[in-house]
Design a protein around this ligand. Structure first.
Ligand code: TGC
Ligand code: FAD
Length: 387
C-alpha cells in the first residue's frame, strides 16, 4: 500500500485512540466549516467569528485545562493536534484558539485565585468570554522586560497607564490579560472591556493573518480592582510561562499549513501539463516535493516528542524554542515553494499556498522571532547570553 504523502512515517500510528479521535473531529471541522469560507474571509480581512460557537462546543478552548472549569481536560498532544488541524485551515483560526487557551485561560488557571478561575474559565471555555493577551509594546516586542506600561496601587484599585501593540483578538475581546510594571516587578491584570480609559484600535492594512483581529490597546488611568490582579506570579516569568504554552501549540500549527500546501501542489502538478507531461513528472518538481515531505516528517516527529515530554512534565522552554524555529521555518519555506509550483495561479486566494505563506510571516515573527529562538538555543549551547 502506498504511504500517506503527508505522513510518510505513519506518525499517526504513534497516537492514542483518543488523540486520533480529537484529530479527526477537528480535521472534519476544518474541511467542512473552515476551508469553504476562509479564502473569502482572508480577502475581506475578516475573522470568521461565526465559527467560535462550534469551536467552543468541540471543547477546543482551554482544551488542556481541567473539566471542573468546563474544559475538556485533554493532554498536550491532543492540544497540538487541534492546533495542527486548525492551521491546516488558516493560521488565524489557530491563533484565536492559541490566544484564548494558552495566553488567556492558562494564566488565569496558573496564576489566578480560585475565585478568578470560577469567574472566567467556564465562560471562556464556552466561548462566551473572549480574551486577548497584552505583552508586546510598540518600542520593542522582542525585549518585553523594557515594557513601559505600568500599574500603581491606589486604595483597593490599581491605576493602569500605557499601551500594547499587535494584540490578537484585541477588538473582539471581553477581557485582556495585561502585563504591567509595578513597584513589585511585572504583574498580570485582567482588564475588562468597558472599564473607563481602556480602548482598542484595530490594525488595518495587514498583508498577513488577515482572517484574524490584531489591535493596539490603550490604557489611560484605567482603574482595575485588586480582585482582577493575578496574584500568584511576579516578574517576566509570568508572561514567559504563558508563551511557553502557546509556543508549544505553535510548533504543531505550521505542520498543518505545510500539509495543506503540499497536498495542494501534489494535486496541481499532476494535472498541470507542460511540455507534454505533467509538472509532477519532472525531476525538479519531484525533488522539491520530496524535500517538503522530508521537512514535514521531521517537524511531525519533533512536535510529537515535544508533546510527549510536555505530558511527562519534563519539557524545557529551550526545546520549545528549537521546535518553534524549525517548524515555522519549515512551513514558510514550503508555502513559498508551493506558491512557485502553482505558477500564476498561486498568487490568488483561490489556492491556499499564498495565504499560508503570508500568514507564516506573522507566525514566524510572533511568540518570539526566529532570531530570538536561535539565540535561546545559542545561549543553551554556549552558556553565553548574546541578546
Ligand atoms: P530572563 O530575564 O533570563 O528570565 C526571566 C524569568 O523568566 C523565566 N523564563 C521562562 N519561564 C517560562 N518560559 C520561558 N520560555 C522562559 N524564559 C525565561 C526565567 O527562568 C526567569 O525566571 P526567574 O525566576 O529567574 O525570574 O529572560 P530571558 O533572557 O530568558 O528572556 C529573553 C527573551 C528574549 C528570550 C525573552 O524576552 C523573549 O522570549 N522575548 C520574545 C518575546 C515574545 O515572544 N513575545 C510574544 C508576545 S505574545 C504573542 O506574540 C502572541 S501571538 C499569538 C497568536 O496570535 O497566536
Ligand atoms: P522587534 O522586537 O523590534 O524585532 C525587530 C527585528 O530585530 C526582528 O527581526 C528580530 O528578530 C530582531 N532582533 C531582536 N532581537 C535581536 C537581537 N538580540 N539580535 C539581532 N536581532 C534581533 N504580542 C502580544 O503581546 N500579544 C499578541 O496577541 C500578539 N499577537 C500578534 C499578532 C500578529 C499578527 C503579530 C505580527 C504580532 C503579534 N504580537 C503579539 C507581537 C509579536 O510577539 C511581536 O511582533 C514579536 O515579539 C516581535 O516584536 P517586534 O514586532 O516589536 O519586533
Amino acid at each position: 500500500m502506498a504511504l500517506n504523502p503527508v505522513d510518510l512515517f505513519d506518525v499517526r500510528s504513534l497516537l492514542t485512540e483518543e488523540e486520533r479521535s480529537v484529530q479527526d473531529t477537528v480535521a472534519r471541522f476544518t474541511d467542512e466549516r473552515v476551508l469553504p469560507i476562509i479564502g473569502d474571509a482572508f480577502d475581506e480581512g475578516r475573522f470568521p467569528r461565526e465559527l467560535v460557537g462550534e469551536i467552543a462546543e468541540m471543547g477546543l478552548l482551554g482544551s488542556s485545562l481541567p473539566e471542573e472549569y468546563g474544559c475538556a481536560g485533554l493532554n498536550s498532544v491532543s492540544y497540538g493536534l487541534i492546533c495542527q488541524e486548525l492551521e491546516r485551515g488558516d493560521s488565524g483560526i489557530r491563533s484565536f484558539v492559541s490566544v484564548q487557551s494558552s495566553l488567556c485561560m492558562y494564566p488565569i488557571f496558573a496564576y489566578g485565585t480560585e475565585e478568578q478561575k470560577q469567574r472566567w474559565l467556564p465562560d471562556m471555555a464556552a466561548g462566551k468570554v473572549i480574551g486577548c493577551f497584552g505583552l508586546t509594546e510598540a518600542h520593542g516586542g522582542s525585549d518585553p522586560a523594557t515594557m513601559k506600561t505600568h500599574a500603581r496601587r491606589d486604595g483597593d484599585d490599581w491605576v493602569l497607564n500605557g499601551s500594547k501593540m499587535w494584540i490578537t483578538n484585541g477588538n473582539l475581546a471581553d477581557i485582556a490579560i495585561v502585563w504591567a510594571q509595578t513597584d513589585d516587578g511585572i504583574q498580570g491584570f485582567v482588564v475588562e472591556k468597558g472599564m473607563a480609559g481602556f480602548a482598542a484600535q484595530e490594525v488595518k492594512h495587514k498583508m498577513s493573518l488577515r482572517a484574524s483581529v490584531t489591535s493596539a490597546l490603550f490604557f489611560d488611568n484605567v482603574r482595575v480592582p485588586e480582585a482582577n490582579r493575578l496574584p500568584n506570579v511576579k516578574g517576566l516569568k509570568g508572561p514567559l510561562g504563558c508563551l511557553t504554552q502557546a509556543r508549544y501549540g505553535i510548533t504543531w500549527g505550521p505542520i498543518g499549513a505545510a500539509v495543506a500546501c503540499l497536498t495542494e501542489v501534489l494535486d496541481y502538478t499532476k494535472e498541470r501539463i507542460l511540455f507534454g507531461r505533467p509538472v509532477a513528472a519532472t525531476q525538479s518538481a519531484q525533488i522539491k516535493m520530496a524535500d517538503m515531505a522530508r521537512r514535514i516528517t521531521n517537524a511531525q516527529l519533533l512536535s510529537l516528542q515535544l508533546g510527549r515530554l510536555k505530558d511527562a512534565g519534563t519539557m524545557k522552554p529551550q526545546q520549545v524554542s528549537l521546535a518553534k524555529w524549525n517548524n515555522c521555518r519549515m512551513a514558510i519555506d514550503i508555502a513559498r515553494e508551493c506558491r512557485d509550483l502553482l505558477g500564476g495561479a498561486g498568487i490568488t486566494t483561490e489556492h491556499a499556498a499564498i495565504r499560508h505563506a503570508l500568514n507564516m510571516e506573522s507566525v514566524i515573527t510572533y511568540e518570539g522571532t526566529e532570531t530570538v529562538h536561535q539565540l535561546v538555543i545559542g545561549r543553551e549551547l554556549t552558556g553565553i547570553n548574546a541578546f
